[in-house]
Design a protein around this ligand. Structure first.
Ligand SMILES: [Zn+2]
Ligand SMILES: [Zn+2]
Length: 243
């Protein structure tokens, strides 16, 4: 999240996280990251309703780099087709959620750092790596980030399918931002985090004061959460026996 050159989302000023144990005993982390120098929700709203277009462009670009809600290489249908057929690329032979990441190759040998057309060995390697990176992220998303839990009434308790937005838009009457989101059954994520962690992740920019308070309360709740309830223990034992 944070390092000397700035973190994945900017320089971190604070973070807070708790581990939750699910009914089926798997652990997962809920966390919040505060970014140094970030404006408050009220300050952001004031700038947006006053048509500060330079700020708006930069803010949208920043948020879109932090989280997105669609595949890197195409629609759900095209990604399904790509990974259903075996051996299309060398990278979908193995389940990416069971492998480690491949670090990027060394930078360009030709100085100054060249554009996409540079034919040096490193730049060729980098182009191949970027393609494999995108395919891997899409494969992980297909395996881990598509929501598929309908109850017996066909309803979803996690409010899927979600609203889709072909492009990011800003409502200048109240400063509301509707982030670009093109897959209704996918939650939002950070590309690099998906590549690193290789599992389901959910990343959202929290842009209202109410949402900040609600999430702090929600996450804090896990610190004091008592052990599993009896019916969860029996359900977990039952699920294990069925396997
Ligand atoms: Zn090069
Ligand atoms: Zn659901």
């Amino acid at each position: 999240m944070d390092c000397e050159n700035g973190g994945l989302y900017g320089k971190t000023s604070a973070y807070y996280a708790t581990v939750e144990q699910q009914g089926r005993l798997s652990l997962h982390l809920h966390g919040l990251v505060w970014i140094e120098g970030a404006l408050s929700p009220q300050e952001i709203r004031d700038r947006l309703v006053n048509y500060d277009t330079v700020f708006e462009t930069q803010l949208v670009r920043y948020i879109e780099s932090c989280c997105q809600g669609e595949f890197m290489t195409g629609s759900f249908q095209s990604v399904v087709e790509k990974f259903e057929k075996p051996n299309v690329t060398e990278h979908n032979n193995v389940d990416p959620t069971l492998t480690l990441l491949v670090p990027p190759p060394n930078p360009c040998r030709v100085e100054p750092i060249n554009d996409v057309l540079c034919q040096c060995e490193n730049c060729c390697d980098l182009r191949n790596w970027k393609q494999a990176f995108q395919d891997t992220v899409d494969n992980i998303l297909l395996n881990s980030n598509m929501h598929g839990c309908m109850n017996k009434y066909g309803d979803c308790t996690a409010r899927f399918p979600r609203e889709i937005h072909p492009e990011t838009s800003v409502d200048h009457t109240d400063g509301r931002i509707n982030l670009k989101k093109r897959e209704p059954m996918m939650n939002t994520f950070t590309v690099v985090l998906t590549y690193l962690l290789r599992c389901n992740t959910d990343v959202t920019c929290i842009l209202t004061g109410t949402a900040v308070k609600a999430l702090v309360a929600y996450i804090t709740d896990y610190i004091s959460k008592s052990g599993l309830t009896t019916h969860h223990v029996f359900k977990a034992a039952y699920d294990v026996l069925l396997k």
